[in-house]
Design a protein around this ligand. Structure first.
Ligand code: CA
Length: 222
């Protein structure tokens, strides 16, 4: 899952980012509104945590711009206690939820989980499943019929992307975009290395699931 944090209080922004990263999210963080809008318009994120009072452009205007451009990424607004009008306005402009500062970590994470959960979908937030192959968040592991193997963070994030998009070919560019970000200098052969680690781990737990290479495009789970 890839999140965008737009918050100009650097300490808060960095603390938020740290908490989210520790919870397996890949996170881009920006400190002003213009950059926030630029990033958000890419449509690459699974969720956006958006402050309201920002230099450059405020959160409400960012939100309006996004919805006008038909970018429907779920948005969690961060508001100060005094900004009741902003909350109402924000929800009316297409925010999905809001959180009042200061907040506790547990609530933030619960709201982010709710935000990124597909509508009406009944899910176990700790587990993703592909035909019996389980990807577990709390232990950062892959599991097949009682056999467990630990994953590194990047392995976990790649597997999460593949399992969340079943029956699709996941292009290599998309994997880079989602996990490392646009401006990274990660190359395709870095991804190939992680994929080869994952293939070995699938063998270790005897899972009858393969990561198929679609030549010139990317990967899919079969
Ligand atoms: Ca602010």
């Amino acid at each position: 899952m890839k999140l965008l944090v737009v918050e100009d209080e650097m300490q808060l922004a960095d603390a938020l980012t740290e908490i989210l990263k520790r919870n397996m999210y890949s996170v881009d963080t920006v400190y002003d509104g213009i950059e926030g809008l630029d990033n958000a318009l890419t449509g690459v994120y699974d969720g956006i945590i958006l402050d309201i009072n920002l230099p450059g452009m405020n959160g409400i205007d960012i939100l309006k711009n996004l919805r006008r451009e038909k970018i429907n990424t779920p948005v969690l607004l961060l508001t100060a206690r005094s900004e009741i009008e902003d909350k109402i306005n924000g929800l009316d402009c297409g925010a999905d939820d809001y959180l009042t500062k200061p907040f506790v970590t547990g609530e933030l994470l619960a709201r982010v989980r709710a935000l990124t959960r597909r509508k009406g979908e009944l899910v176990d937030d700790n587990k993703l499943d592909f035909n019996g192959l389980e990807l577990k968040k709390n232990t950062c592991s892959l599991c097949w019929q009682g056999n467990d193997v630990k994953l590194s963070l990047k392995e976990y994030q790649i597997m999460e992307l593949l399992i969340s998009n079943p029956k699709q070919i996941m292009p290599k560019e998309r994997i880079i975009e989602k996990i490392w970000g646009y401006e990274s200098d990660v190359e395709y052969n870095n991804i190939e290395v992680y994929i080869s680690f994952l293939r070995k781990k699938l063998l270790v737990i005897s899972a009858p699931v393969q990561i198929k290479t679609v030549r010139g495009i990317g990967y899919s789970l079969v």
